[in-house]
Design a protein around this ligand. Structure first.
Ligand code: F6R
Length: 616
């Protein structure tokens, strides 16, 4: 993961580096560092913790210089310490390097370097690259910019794995090198200078044009010029820059204490946006111009694969039953992290949807590329529509949920489920879903924002219920059918922000093992709306109660049976089954949120996590 910002400015580099890093903190926030060329040497500052700590250090002890690189880290190799924070240096201390990615052969390279007399100060894979480049550069007869590019080429030619790197050398002064393979890296051009960044948004305020580096590119920048070389040594044409869209509006937390809480409450609006202009009432269907497929082409699909990670995978699971019910087309969900190692059977009539909020999840990008290689039509479902997945897929659906800053995904989950419901409607209507049923689905989906707003009114009530269970050391989440993925998602939310172990199961699986965990200290949260499996859920609740397990149920308004059976109930409006997953996840998001707040956890930046997982 990790975020990289580099800058050759017209003015001081430090403010750009710090502000840009702050915007990249979603990629990791365990430590941060900068290296700036002060006109003679390279000065560095590193701190463990958030970018704000690095900013405070630089405030007390600024570095003067217009050329620099910086990094915010999510540890892969080596503990979270100042030594392991980037930038890393070669033995001369004159070459500084930042890296995003994982070098798979770092051990062999490190052993060779140690044998040749190099001294390592960190446990990172990154430091290997700094030494390797420095070694070749130092023995070059002329130590100029060309020699530095050649040294980078030679070192990267030996590196296996993924990298996005930024590098500067005191002997080549106002000069930056960037290279990528597998990890994103962008070069930007603006009035204030030239920039490097892991994403466009971080530098969008300062640049008019950008170049998305390709795998195997090495870019050289000197403040005026920009050229591209290839690690392979082949000739490379300098790519034409593309214009940058206005950056997404960065709003504050408003009246909320945390972005996560604000984003939960934004859901009526984000769902409205996800659906806006996408219903065709005459045809009783949904339309997505971004899919770039005619109905004839869509009818060719005989199978759909949805792939994604984490919360996004749970949205895929919820979408699986929705699409199958509406379109009668087989849907399979694959963890993107398993996809390329599983040899998933694919063909030209199996559409693969790579789903990702960020559009930059390394595993999902790999799944997309693997699907392309196997000749499947590849589509993206992304919130960030200028991301790698959005660019590399043949078409797709934008979620339009706006920036999601809380690390725990909330509003993008419900937008993903709604997007998949609309996809189910579209595919159903070109197969055998009747017009009247299509209209019922449209009316149902259109009623969702208002229903979600009603559920959000239960916020305070849910915070009181959460307060009763904060001392729990384990939670079980249960649901059936399309509510099973919601149980998984409720458990994930609880784990990631409150650090309380929690697991999600199909309710009927209880007696196949999980019931062993039930006792008077382990609360079970049941999703038990009055649907076709309501009675079955009631039996499962009885089984838990018989073993003294506390039960919190999410049910339907007016359900007195549930209220009398359970310790606590959260009652939601009655809705058709296909809307239940979106509605039912809201109380679980709020329950996890209030539990984490009560425990004093850092809700928006939970430990060990990052918003965008850009390493395998
Ligand atoms: C959990 C969470 C993660 C992401 C996962 C995929 O709250 O946010 O589990 O859902 O890392 O991220 P995207 O959707 O950006 O590919």
């Amino acid at each position: 993961m990790c975020g990289i910002i580099g800058c050759i400015g017209e003015a001081a580099a430090q403010p750009f580096l710090i502000e840009g890093l702050g915007r990249l903190e979603y990629r990791g926030y365990d430590s941060a560092g900068v290296a700036i060329w002060n006109g003679k040497d390279i000065e560095t500052r590193k701190t463990v913790g958030r970018v704000s700590r690095l900013a405070a250090t630089l405030n007390d002890s600024p570095i003067d210089g217009d050329t620099g690189i910086s990094h915010t880290r999510w540890a892969t190799h080596g503990a979270v310490t100042e030594q392991n924070a980037h930038p890393h240096f070669d033995d001369s201390g004159r070459l500084a390097l930042v890296h995003n990615g994982v070098l798979e052969n770092h051990k062999a390279l490190r052993d060779g370097l140690i044998e040749r007399g190099h001294n390592f100060v960190s446990q990172t894979d990154t430091e290997v690259l700094a030494h390797l480049i420095g070694e070749t550069f130092d023995i070059s007869p002329v130590q100029n910019r060309e020699a530095l590019v050649a040294a980078v080429k030679s070192a990267l030619g030996q590196a296996l794995g993924t990298y996005g790197i930024g590098l500067l050398h005191a002997d080549t002064g106002r000069f930056l090198i960037a290279a990528r393979k597998g990890s994103p890296l962008i070069v930007g051009f603006g009035d204030g200078g030239q920039f490097l960044s892991s994403d466009v948004d971080a530098i969008a305020d300062w640049v008019n044009e950008v170049v998305y580096l390709e795998d195997g590119d090495i870019a050289a920048l000197d403040g005026d010029h920009f050229e591209v070389h290839r690690v392979s040594g082949e000739e490379a044409a300098t790519p034409a820059p593309v214009r940058v869209e206005a950056p997404p509006v960065r709003e504050g937390k408003g009246r909320y204490a945390h972005f996560m809480h604000k984003e939960i409450h934004e859901q009526p609006e984000t769902l409205r946006e996800a659906m806006k202009g996408r219903f065709d009432r005459e045809g009783a269907t949904a339309t997505f111009s971004g899919l770039q497929r005619t109905n004839e082409e869509l009818r060719e699909w005989h199978r759909i694969v949805l792939t994604g990670c984490g919360t996004t995978y749970h949205a895929a699971l919820a979408g699986e039953s929705l699409i199958e019910a509406m379109a009668r087309i087989p849907v399979e969900c694959e963890y993107a992290s398993e996809f390329r190692y599983r040899n998933v059977p694919l063909d030209s009539r199996t559409a693969v949807f790579a789903m990702s909020q960020s559009g930059e999840t390394a595993d999902t990008i790999a799944a997309l590329r693997e699907s392309k290689r196997k000749g499947a039509p590849t589509l993206g479902i992304c919130n960030n529509v200028i991301s790698t997945i959005a660019r590399e897929s043949e078409g797709g659906i934008g979620l339009r949920a706006g920036l999601e800053i809380g690390v725990a995904a909330t509003k993008t989950f419900t937008s993903q489920v709604v997007a998949l419901s609309m996809l189910g409607l579209l595919l159903g209507r070109i197969r055998d879903l009747p017009h009247a049923e299509g209209m019922d689905i449209i009316r149902g989906l259109e009623s969702l924002p208002e229903l979600v707003a009603r559920v959000l009114e239960l916020d305070e009530e849910i915070s009181h219920i959460a307060a009763k269970y904060v001392s729990a050391r384990n939670f079980l989440f249960m649901g059936r059918q399309a509510n099973f993925p919601i149980a998984l998602e409720g458990a994930l939310k609880m784990k990631e922000i409150s650090y309380i172990p929690a697991s999600g199961y199909p309710s009927a699986e209880l007696k196949h093992g999980v019931i062993a965990l039930v006792n008077d200290e382990t609360p079970s949260i049941f999703l038990a709306p009055q649907d076709g499996v309501y009675e079955k859920n009631l039996s499962n609740i009885e089984e838990v109660k018989a073993r003294k397990g506390p039960v919190i149920a999410v049910g339907t308004e007016g359900d007195e049976t549930l209220a009398s059976l359970c310790d606590d109930v959260i009652l939601l409006p009655q809705v058709p089954d296909f809307l239940a997953p979106v509605l039912n996840v809201i109380p679980l998001q709020l329950f996890a949120y209030h539990t984490a707040v009560a425990l004093g956890c850092d809700v928006d930046k939970p430990k060990n996590l990052a918003k965008s997982v850009t390493v395998e």
